[in-house]
Design a protein around this ligand. Structure first.
Ligand SMILES: Nc1ncnc2c1ncn2[C@@H]1O[C@H](COP(=O)(O)OP(=O)(O)O)[C@@H](O)[C@H]1O
Ligand SMILES: [Mg+2]
Length: 263
């Protein structure tokens, strides 16, 4: 089973959108998928899946964890919550192929644990300097955010190495990419190519800005759910193939097999 943690200490980058699309795509292609919502504030992934269940649309099996911080009485905030590990172990024993973890934009003990236990970390960002700085500016630099995401990933990777575990794969998802080329897009892409080498993430993967993705939380419908009239727009078909490429990137062996069967 692959554990995929979708994260970034910045709101609105597309974490829940990517988690939703990936979960549905994986289920549609026959993988057994569990998902976990760690965003205790918005619970957006949980609402999306509730909508889908109400419309009887095929979905990942879902867990929403209740607030742990409230249970910590008086003591210092733990670095790791200790609650995810048994959950992931159980999912693995139950024969799930994929566990998708959507995180909040904050830095809670469970978020740290979700990174520590991940096989793949996905970081969505918009093609904008504020997302680039908010996620990747090094500690001490003028643009560095107070809670530093890049530093957290470095710490998690260090902890994994120390525990003798392989370092997680880390992909950036350039999200809401415009179909029109722009100067700022070019600047960001050049800078991200440098950052990939400097920070250690793998290839940047792209997801276009599409109206259909923006409507996810309306009825829970995704590009993978064929409408009643059976007609899909060009944009929906392209949206499918973008998400499929991400799935193939994450769950290499089973996804590739399933995707070729479905082609
Ligand atoms: N590829 C996309 N195309 C269109 N809208 C998008 C896309 N990705 C995200 N959005 C929109 O951007 C907003 C923030 O996305 P969301 O996934 O909720 O971010 P996060 O979970 O990181 O806070 C939402 O309104 C969502 O519909
Ligand atoms: Mg979210």
């Amino acid at each position: 089973m692959q554990v995929v943690t979708i994260s970034g200490f910045k709101g609105g980058t597309g974490k829940t959108t990517v988690a939703s699309l990936l979960g549905v795509a994986a289920v549609k292609y026959g993988l057994r998928v569990a998902s976990l919502d760690l965003d205790l504030n918005t619970r957006n992934l949980s609402s999306f899946l509730t909508l889908r269940r109400a419309s009887r649309l095929q979905s990942p099996d879902h867990v929403m964890l209740m607030d742990l911080e409230q249970d910590v009485r008086g003591g210092a905030k733990p670095k790791h919550s200790g609650r995810l590990e048994p959950l992931i172990r159980m999912a693995r024993m139950d024969g799930y192929d994929l566990m998708i973890i959507d995180t909040s934009s904050g830095n809670l003990a469970e978020d740290a644990e979700a990174h520590l236990l991940a096989d793949v970390i996905l970081t969505p960002m918009n093609e904008s300097p504020s997302d680039m700085h908010g996620l990747f500016a090094p500690v001490g630099s003028a643009a560095a955010p107070r809670i530093n995401y890049r530093e957290m990933i470095e710490t998690v990777r260090f902890d994994r190495k120390r525990a003798g575990l392989p370092v997680q794969r880390w992909h950036v998802v350039m999200n809401r990419v415009s179909s029109l080329p722009s100067k700022i897009g070019g600047v960001i892409n050049d800078r991200m190519a440098d950052l990939a080498k400097e920070v250690g993430f793998e290839a940047v993967w792209r997801l276009r800005d599409r109206v259909v993705h923006r409507a996810l939380a309306l009825e829970g419908r995704t590009v993978f759910d064929t409408p009643a009239d059976g007609k899909l727009t060009m944009s929906e078909l392209s949206g499918r193939s973008e998400v499929r490429s991400l799935l193939a990137l994450i769950d290499r062996a089973p996804a590739r097999q399933q995707l070729s069967q479905a082609a």
